[in-house]
Design a binder for this molecule. Structure first.
Ligand SMILES: CC(=O)[C@@H](O)[C@H](O)COP(=O)(O)O
Ligand SMILES: NCC(=O)COP(=O)(O)O
Length: 250
């Protein structure tokens, strides 16, 4: 398999988190998205949570009209979100699980236990031309269920791997990396396009970026944090370099 260019989707939710802390208009996540575009991001990811704790409806409207690069619209599989996504027809719709009380997206979407329901739910997106992605744990049952319902893309949840790295629990990091590695290969065999995201940093991105089946990484929290110190464009470009150097075997 060839190592084609790995796409970087920049998640701008965390700019909106800072904005919403004061309830005003700044910092503007759409401005961040446009800077990310200039800095070489291949796409923008934004998660319109049901509680609107960061991205809000008007952000999605502005992103949909102002971006020149693909928008990956993350959302819970609800009727309300389906109507919003169908109105904007983003390049990609990524279904994620949501729990109201969680600090961030803790787990992957349960696809295996609701495959009929989800197959029905994603059909209007497929018909509308949006690429459907399922944010799932690196677990065989979930990967097989994603393929079964006809989702073209999965995004493997890298949170446990990234947390283990941050906490220097190297045995857990290695076992989580092995799960992602195995499931990326298995999903590719089943014909799924593989993305990975959540919690990745300059340190932890390399072992994921080298996986030949992985086509896209979605990264936000670390990049936005790093932007405080080095600026948004340099923070994105540094992530790009980490990915490219790992992919090139440097
Ligand atoms: C699904 C996912 O991983 C992203 O949406 C990211 O975590 C940022 O959003 P939250 O921090 O609200 O989960
Ligand atoms: N889907 C994962 C994503 O968009 C970015 O997650 P994070 O880097 O903000 O944790």
């Amino acid at each position: 398999m060839t190592h084609d260019k790995l796409r970087l989707g920049v998640n701008i939710d965390h700019v909106a988190t800072v904005r919403n802390a004061r309830g005003g208009d700044v910092p503007d996540p759409v401005r961040a998205a446009l800077i990310a575009e200039q800095a070489g991001a291949d796409g923008i990811t934004a998660h319109l949570r049901e509680d609107r704790r960061h991205i809000v409806d008007s952000d999605i409207e502005r992103l949909a009209t102002q971006l020149s690069i693909p928008l990956n619209f993350e959302m819970a599989a609800t009727d309300e979100m389906q109507a919003i996504a169908l109105r904007h027809k983003p390049h990609a719709v990524c279904l994620v699980p949501e729990k109201r009380e969680e600090k961030t997206t803790e787990g992957g979407l349960e696809v295996a236990q609701q495959d009929n329901k989800l197959a029905h739910y994603i059909k209007p997106f497929v018909d509308a031309g949006s690429r459907v992605s399922l944010f799932i744990a690196a677990n065989k049952r979930q990967v097989e269920a994603a393929a079964r319902i006809g989702a073209p893309v999965i995004e493997l949840h890298a949170g446990a791997y990234a947390d283990a790295w941050a906490e220097e629990r190297w045995d857990v990091r290695d076992s989580e990396l092995a799960k992602i590695t195995d499931m990326a290969a298995y999903a590719d065999e089943l014909g799924l396009e593989v993305h990975v995201g959540h919690g990745l940093t300059y340190d932890s991105v390399g072992p994921i970026a080298v996986l030949p089946q992985v086509k896209e990484l979605n990264i936000g929290h670390f990049i936005i944090g790093e932007a405080i110190f080095r600026g948004l464009a340099p923070a994105i470009q540094a992530m790009r370099r980490c990915m490219d150097e790992a992919r090139a075997g440097i």
